[in-house]
Design a protein around this ligand. Structure first.
Ligand code: TZP
Ligand code: MG
Length: 223
């Protein structure tokens, strides 16, 4: 999978995050700021609305050469020709999604435990979304809050595999370097961070993404 996961934007359509702004405008600002992959995650809209929004987002992402992944909904990904899907533990099983998506489609899987990570790797997932890293108001029904130590323990245990990984949950400007550079010589490092509110809810999503991209590229002076 040749996708840059370093600054992975996950969208949210709730009023608290969008604050009356159009999702497409916010996502385009984030793309201008340097997000490298976009996941359309929408727990509220009906299927028709999701397809309409995903189609618009796909056009915008294509302008920036950035892949669009669809959360939960393999049918929506197929309808709009998105580059892939992100599936949780309660969504369509990896094998079913693999059967019906184009063979080059990206399939990411959420993992909160080592067992879930190992199962997703055995299935052939392109990347793992590991979390929840830190407790976050954006998703309150999280099963485990792993912290940096819990996340690193999972990464170390899967260090013999080449699977790509991002961490998700409560990641923002003040902790992103700690998340990415948590260990000086990790057995396996994260490939990126997945972020909702620190970009989507920012007054200036372009500036927020730019600043995060800089922090991700540069190791902190002091760990
Ligand atoms: N899965 C685990 S935490 C989370 C998801 C979708 C939400 C992350 O949102 P934020 O605003 O980046 O903490
Ligand atoms: Mg899901």
């Amino acid at each position: 999978m040749a996708v840059d996961l370093s600054l992975y934007l996950v969208t949210d359509s709730t009023p608290a995050i969008l604050k009356g702004r159009d999702i497409c405008t916010v996502v385009e600002e984030a793309l201008k700021g340097g997000v490298t992959v976009v996941q359309y995650r929408d727990k509220k809209s009906d299927t028709g609305e999701q397809i309409a929004t995903a189609r618009k987002l796909h056009q915008i992402c294509q302008k920036y050469g950035v892949p669009l992944l669809i959360n939960d909904r393999v049918d929506v990904a197929l309808a709009v020709g998105a580059e892939g899907v992100h599936l949780g533990q309660d969504d369509m099983k990896f094998a079913e999604a693999k059967k019906i998506l184009p063979k080059e489609a990206i399939i990411g899987i959420s993992a909160s435990t080592l067992e879930e990570a190992q199962k997703a790797i055995a299935d052939g997932a392109d990347y793992l979304g590991i979390g929840t890293m830190f407790a976050t108001p954006t998703k309150t029904n999280t099963r485990y809050v792993l912290g940096t130590a819990g996340t690193q323990a999972i990464l170390d245990a899967i260090s013999t595999t080449s699977v790509n990984t991002v961490a998700i949950g409560g990641i923002n400007h003040s902790n992103v370097q700690r998340v990415i550079y948590q260990s000086e010589s990790p057995k396996k490092a994260l490939d990126g961070v997945a972020i909702v509110s620190a970009i989507m809810a920012a007054d200036d999503s372009k500036a927020a993404a730019e600043e995060l991209a800089k922090l991700i590229k540069n190791p902190p002076c002091i760990r």
